[in-house]
Design a protein. Structure first.
Length: 213
């Protein structure tokens, strides 16, 4: 999977003034977009921004005809089934893909996927992605690239294993495991909006205190 561009723009403005003499109340939003160059075939990607409702018809409204997505059912540990874009619409347009949820995208032709939305921030509480015992399809909730344990602040448990997808070869790179307090091969470096398959032996959470301001 190749990434092309990331642009984050901060928009600040007054939301309202109760009376002429009252103090103004300000709201701070950080919005932006992420462009991903996706090849023909499967890519394992993650929704990196919070859209208005995170439905597939909102976050990816116009992919190439015949493209499909495959979402993982974490509770039941199997894929939910195929959701295809045909005749200008998704089979299941209201299928929700939350920030931090990884999914397989099958591109009928190479194209640039553009995600638009708000950059999630830990303004009051930490951002948290729940993890189960078993396979989890996850990624960073925020549009960042970097070392999984370092920059992206994932705290692994001993025995964790991850599988990264090689879109060029259309197969997994192989397993990377966390044993005796370290990743075999070093802390994995994740690309922007890259998803992964995380195998855990116990439930947990991926938390982040990411803030822009």
């Amino acid at each position: 999977m190749r990434t092309k561009a990331l642009l984050v723009a901060a928009a600040l403005g007054a939301t309202g003034i109760a009376t002429v003499m009252a103090d103004p109340v300000y709201s701070v939003n950080v919005v932006g977009f992420v462009n991903l160059n996706l090849p023909v075939g499967y890519s394992l990607i993650v929704n990196p921004l919070a859209a208005t409702n995170n439905a597939i018809s909102t976050i990816l409204p116009a992919p190439p005809e015949g493209s499909s997505i495959y979402q993982w059912d974490t509770a039941n540990q199997h894929f939910q089934g195929v959701n295809t874009f045909a005749f200008g619409a998704w089979d299941i347009p209201n299928a929700q893909i939350q920030p931090g949820e990884a999914f397989f995208f099958l591109a009928a032709e190479a194209f640039t996927a553009t995600f638009v939305g708000e950059v999630r921030q830990a303004t009051t509480t930490a951002l948290s992605t729940p993890l189960v015992s078993g396979y989890n399809f996850v990624g960073s909730q925020v549009p960042m690239a970097g070392a999984l344990t370092g920059v992206l602040t994932y705290t692994p448990d001993d025995g964790d294993s991850i599988y990264r997808w090689n879109a060029a070869a259309q197969g997994y790179f192989g397993v990377i495991s966390y044993v005796f307090g370290d990743w075999d091969g070093g802390d994995p470096v994740m690309n922007l909006s890259e998803g992964m398959v995380l195998l855990r032996s116990a439930p947990g959470a991926w938390t982040s205190n990411f803030k822009v301001q």
